[in-house]
Each structure stands twice: as C-alpha cells, then as structure tokens.
Design a protein around this ligand. Structure first.
Ligand SMILES: [Zn+2]
Length: 279
C-alpha cells in the first residue's frame, strides 16, 4: 500500500500537472466508488482545481472550499487518463476537465475498496479524515511523545501503523523505522525511555525524508518492489549494519521484518497472539 512519501510526492506531481484546470464532470464507474451522497459532485463542477493535497494516506483534490478525498487502499492508482476509454480496466471513477484532459481512479484488486468522498468545507473533523492522529510528516519530537503516551499502550510497530495514533505510515515504513531506531517492533509504547523516543523520532523523520526524496525523483508513483529499504521484505538477507540475517514475523495480512542483533538484543520474536490459530 502506498504510504505517506509515495502519496505526498504524487499529490505534488498531480498538482503541478492538473492544477488550475476547471472541473467539467465527475463520474463514478462502480456502485461503491463514491462514498458520499451530499454534497453532490456536480456542486464542484465549473471550479478550478486549486491543489492536490495529502493528509495521512488520503489524497485531496481541492476545488475552492470543497474537496474530493480519495483513498487508494492497496492497489488503487489516481493517474492522468489519456485514453479515456468507456470501460477502463479497474476503473472506479473519472474526473474530466475543460481542456479535454481527465484523471482516472483505478484499483487492480478483486475486492474494490478504494473510494472517493466529497467533503464540504474543513475536512478535518469529517469522514473519512475524522479521528486521524497527527500527520507523520514533520512530526515534532514532543508531538510524537504526546501521541505515544496519549494513546493506548501497544507495540511500537502497531502504533506506527495505526492511523488514529499517527497518520501516514504503513507496514513498510514501520518496519524500516523500528530498524533505524534500533527498537524492537514489539517494544511497548508506554515503556519507551526518553532516549528511545529520541531514536524513534529521528528514525521516523529520516525514513520519511529519504523515501520522499526517492519518490520525488520519479515520474509516477513507485511500485512496492521499487521502494528502497533495508529490512522490509528482505527476510533472509544480511542486515547492512551488522550482517545478521533479517528475520520476519508473519501475520495473516502483513509481515514485520527486523534484525535481532540491531533491535532485540538477539532475541527472536514470535507472535503469541495469532500464531496458534495459523497452521
Ligand atoms: Zn542488524
């Protein structure tokens, strides 16, 4: 799933490409693509696209005071639509502009979960953004400390991925950040020392900054295989810091990767909560 760096760079890319164009129309292509009834998408027709923004893992197309909010989920993509075919593969919704150009939301997945919300006015306290934690981009050390103590106690890896705790980070970056911070992904958030919070904050910032710089250098959003990293999906490879073998804890829906020498004092992690249910 694209995370903050991929989405932030993509919002900047779309802004540069489509900003200023006037909306001619919006058309959902499946029954579930548009998640809201009011305001009607047509209310935004005739207005110029001011900017494409990002908050958490959402993209927002701002037309005056109102916005289309888009979530790409796992396999969604929001891309300029040169062909404008009647039935595009994986097509969920299309925006058309007065100069004849268009923007297409697609999702290459059996179960379509990406979607579009039309939101009037300040989106902060409205669905789907209501309840998001502070954005991870530019998050200060004290803001991170407050988010850690102000939220239920959990494992650091789960906290980083929880959009209500802090917004924008997913499976890949959470493994990378824990490794950079030399913290066990299973460390309890309420038991972190000041030094560990410092390390977590520095790791969060550097992992995001590096991924954002990589992504800004591309013409289109990277595929997950292209994204650089040191631990995520590198189980069995050597840790570039210490040479130990990168390990994995497998869950149903995702994998946590880590280096035991760098992060857990050599302890091999096992998941006790779900492994007994898995054969
Ligand atoms: Zn290591």
């Amino acid at each position: 799933m694209p995370e903050l760096p991929e989405l932030q760079a993509h919002a900047e890319r779309l802004s540069a490409e489509l900003g200023g164009r006037t909306l001619n129309g919006f058309r959902p292509m499946t029954f579930t693509a548009l998640k809201t009834v009011l305001p009607a998408p047509d209310d935004l027709v005739g207005r110029p696209l001011d900017v494409v923004e990002r908050t958490g893992k959402y993209l927002m197309l701002r037309f005056g005071d109102d916005r289309f909010v888009v979530h790409l989920m796992q396999g969604g993509r929001l891309t300029p639509d040169e062909k404008q075919s009647a039935k595009p593969r994986g097509g969920l919704a299309r925006w058309t502009f007065d100069d004849g150009s268009a923007l297409l939301l697609t999702e290459m997945a059996k179960e379509k979960r990406a979607g579009v919300w039309v939101v009037a006015g300040d989106p902060t306290d409205q669905a789907p953004l209501a309840g998001l934690g502070p954005d991870a981009l530019g998050l200060g050390r004290d803001e991170l400390a407050a988010a850690l103590t102000g939220y239920k106690s959990m494992r650091v890896h789960g906290f980083l991925r929880d959009q209500r705790a802090i917004a924008g980070i997913g499976r890949r970056l959470s493994s990378e950040i824990c490794w950079r911070a030399k913290l066990s992904p299973f460390a309890a958030t309420h038991k972190l020392t000041d030094d560990e919070v410092d390390r977590l904050h520095a790791a969060l910032g550097s992992a995001i900054d590096e991924a954002l710089a990589f992504e800004r250098g591309l013409d289109a959003m990277s595929s997950s295989a292209e994204r650089p990293g040191s631990v995520y999906k590198r189980a069995g490879e050597e840790c570039v810091v210490c040479g130990d073998t990168i390990r994995a804890v497998e869950y149903n829906a995702y994998t946590v990767n880590y280096c035991a020498t760098c992060q857990t004092g050599g302890k091999v992690l096992a998941d006790n909560t779900t492994s007994k249910f898995l054969k």
